[in-house]
Design a protein around this ligand. Structure first.
Ligand SMILES: [Zn+2]
Length: 96
């Protein structure tokens, strides 16, 4: 299961074609069968399939199967891979 963070902190961020303006972070769980479709809707599936998308934290290339968390940052869709150090880094970022 992959966590999808639609918003971090209180900024309104745009991911893919949809803009979210919720004040609190909403976490959606996306099952792997739906994940590719979801990534496609965000406009990042091509990038991932082409080996061009990197983990926000460790900078390694992520594959669809490596994705732990999808979240918006710097006006882009970011991926946190499934390494525990990246998850720890992500959790620290969210808690701030
Ligand atoms: Zn990583």
């Amino acid at each position: 299961m992959v966590k999808v963070i639609k918003e971090l902190l209180s900024d309104t961020l745009r991911i893919g074609r949809e803009a979210y303006s919720m004040k609190t972070a909403e976490i959606n769980a996306v099952y792997s069968e739906e994940l590719e479709e979801f990534l496609d809707s965000l406009g990042v599936l091509e990038e991932i399939k082409n080996g061009e998308k990197k983990c926000y934290f460790c900078n390694s290339i992520v594959d669809v199967s490596d994705i732990q968390t999808v979240f918006p940052m710097d006006d882009d869709v970011q991926i946190c891979c499934n390494k525990s150090k990246c998850n720890d880094a992500f959790n620290r970022k969210v808690e701030k």
